[in-house]
Design a protein around this ligand. Structure first.
Ligand SMILES: [Zn+2]
Length: 299
């Protein structure tokens, strides 16, 4: 078609990459959202929205991914690993990737570098102690990190982040004025299920109320974005939350979306149209195809 913006990067001659991500926030987001109210932990109805993720939705999503033969990347706060060790261990046993997502879903942008480091180390230790696992990837909770965060992550051994919004393909993060080996794999709001479907009456989510989009419309958006990403050869990052996407009606829409991706046409002579990959695999493919020296010269 001659319109690809990225080519020669994805393995097996695939035209585009798909990274399916699941942020297992559980009750942390609701506890944080309630924190301006007295006795925030006692707002049991809103907190129970979060329980739905690890208790009901994660097993359902693991079944779906096994059935479709694709792997996902699950970003999990350390607090959730402590509270739901069996559910999170199942994710690892099924061969999916775990990524770091703070301890209690803290915002990083207004924390000192020392406080950020303490959170990163605390959750990495929980991953190691509870699961025997070391996270390579990071997704910033609640939307933003600070200018120091990428350098800090890299110094602690992380290889990539999936947090920023400024591209629709990965890139080498500039650290100390030079493109680094620390890869950013940006997700986008239009591919986020929380924006589309999350709802609570009080405390209000969304604040202005009136949301829970029509399922067909929401998934049609995801599908049309995929068609565009595939055509241009980009890296499609679906950003979902088990407590939101793992509902009985939505999980089958997700299955249909994955099947649509699998049917995407390959290039002549290649094995597959789409490369389904985890975050660390996408980061490695990007590093390989875009050497640092070339990136430093703007190529
Ligand atoms: Zn989150």
């Amino acid at each position: 078609m001659g319109e690809r913006e990225v080519s020669g990067v994805w393995p097996h001659g695939a035209r585009s990459a798909v990274m399916l991500t699941f942020d297992v926030d559980a009750e942390t987001v609701w506890l944080n959202g309630n924190s301006s109210y007295p006795d925030s932990e006692d707002w049991l109805g809103s907190v129970s929205l979060g329980h739905y993720g690890p208790r009901r939705a994660v097993p359902r999503l693991l079944n779906l991914l096994a059935k479709e033969g694709v792997r996902g990347t699950f970003f999990v706060p350390g607090y959730v690993v402590e509270r739901y060790p069996d559910a999170i261990a199942e994710i690892v046993r099924a061969g999916h990737e775990l990524g770091h997502h703070g301890y209690r879903h803290e915002r990083f942008f207004d924390q000192t570098p020392e406080a950020q480091e303490a959170i990163l180390l605390k959750s990495q230790h929980i991953f190691e102690d509870v699961l025997g696992y070391q996270a390579e990837g990071f997704r910033t909770p609640s939307g933003d990190f600070s200018r120091e965060t990428p350098k800090l992550l890299q110094s602690l051994g992380f290889g990539y982040s999936s947090s920023m919004r400024g591209s629709d393909r990965p890139y080498r993060t500039v650290i100390d004025d030079a493109p680094s080996d620390f890869i950013e794999i940006p997700p986008r709001w239009e591919l986020d299920d929380f924006v589309m479907f999350a709802y609570n009456l009080f405390p209000a989510e969304p604040r202005g109320q009136d949301r829970i989009s029509a399922y067909t419309a929401g998934f049609d958006n995801y599908r049309r974005e995929f068609d565009g990403y595939h055509r241009l050869g980009l890296c499609y990052v679906l950003m979902t939350h088990p407590q939101v996407i793992g509902k009985p009606g939505r999980v089958f829409h997700l299955q249909a979306l994955i099947r649509h991706m699998k049917e995407a046409l390959p290039e002549p002579g290649s094995q597959s149209g789409v490369w389904f990959a985890t975050g660390s695999e996408v980061a490695a493919a990007w590093r390989l195809a875009h050497p640092r020296e070339a990136a430093a010269h703007g190529r």
